[in-house]
Design a protein around this ligand. Sequence first.
Ligand SMILES: Cc1cc2nc3c(=O)[nH]c(=O)nc-3n(C[C@H](O)[C@H](O)[C@H](O)COP(=O)(O)OP(=O)(O)OC[C@H]3O[C@@H](n4cnc5c(N)ncnc54)[C@H](O)[C@@H]3O)c2cc1C
Ligand code: FES
Length: 288
Amino acid sequence: MRKKNRVMLLQRTEPWAVTAARIADIHDETPGVKTYQLELSDADDRSTYEARAGQFNMLYLPGVGESAISLSHLTQPGEPIVHTVRAVGNVTQTLARLSVGDSLGVRGPFGSYWPIDSVRGKDLILVAGGIGLAPLRPVIDFIRSNRGVFGRVCLLMGARTPADLLYQDEYQAWRSDDIDVQTTVDRAQSDWQGHVGVVTLLVNRVGIVRSDRTMLFCCGPEVMMTYAIRAVRERGIPRTSLWLSLERNMNCAMGHCGHCQLGPHFVCKDGPVLRYDQVNRLMRVDSL
Ligand SMILES: Cc1cc2nc3c(=O)[nH]c(=O)nc-3n(C[C@H](O)[C@H](O)[C@H](O)COP(=O)(O)OP(=O)(O)OC[C@H]3O[C@@H](n4cnc5c(N)ncnc54)[C@H](O)[C@@H]3O)c2cc1C
Ligand code: FES
């Protein structure tokens, strides 16, 4: 109990505090994408750090900067923190050059989380584009550990090419836990046996039998999320059952600087996971 209180203090009153972490493992996922296992250096922090599915950390590289990166596995106290990162800019490309044993800073966890508890007894459609599967994988972890309390679960995953399909060595295990995994790519060589086309085409292949008891969790490029929502709305799923993880430029990650503002929302604090009817009119507003 004492330790728990200590962590709450660390996160609520010292959200600027950066905790040192050591890279314990690096796994190459797809071209330009790696998964990192991080071990917090302080034993107390390590044994108390906990995050919920959909939350993110700020990863800090001294002299380079900080980036918002989602937790890509459910994190339990004492276990490594897992992040999957696509190398696109200053921080993430520098991170990609680090090795096992190197150090970096971690602030977090921050933000809202997927409302997994409200899916109990219902069907769930997960729609992911590219790296957007990373913040949804903790949801899959949770479902696999509690499979009996969820109805039908379907993952629709889109990527640019077959080689870009994230976590593909895990799909078989997910399918064996009764998760219907369907993939599509934008382009492929002739030896690709799967679907070619936008991920929203897969929505039409999912038999939505209980639209009033089906929820959607979606993460990817905003244009993809817009079309995915349109497709499920046409199948009768209410707007209040649709949840998105949004991405905006982040700086403070705690609702002070305004970098991530989206209408009345701060995506770092009120999001990144937001209900569609809270943001549908704002989704094309650019960040500062
Ligand atoms: C809540 C949240 C969760 C996130 N989770 C993840 C995650 O799990 N994994 C992940 O990989 N990302 C995630 N992101 C995205 C990540 O935070 C951004 O990609 C971040 O900007 C990367 O930081 P950076 O310093 O490497 O890139 P920056 O230098 O800030 O670059 C930002 C953008 O500019 C573009 N850019 C950078 N340099 C150049 C250049 N020289 N020429 C042209 N374009 C350029 C890049 O394409 C990139 O899109 C998340 C973002 C948010 C808000
Ligand atoms: S990142 Fe500063 S307000 Fe959200």
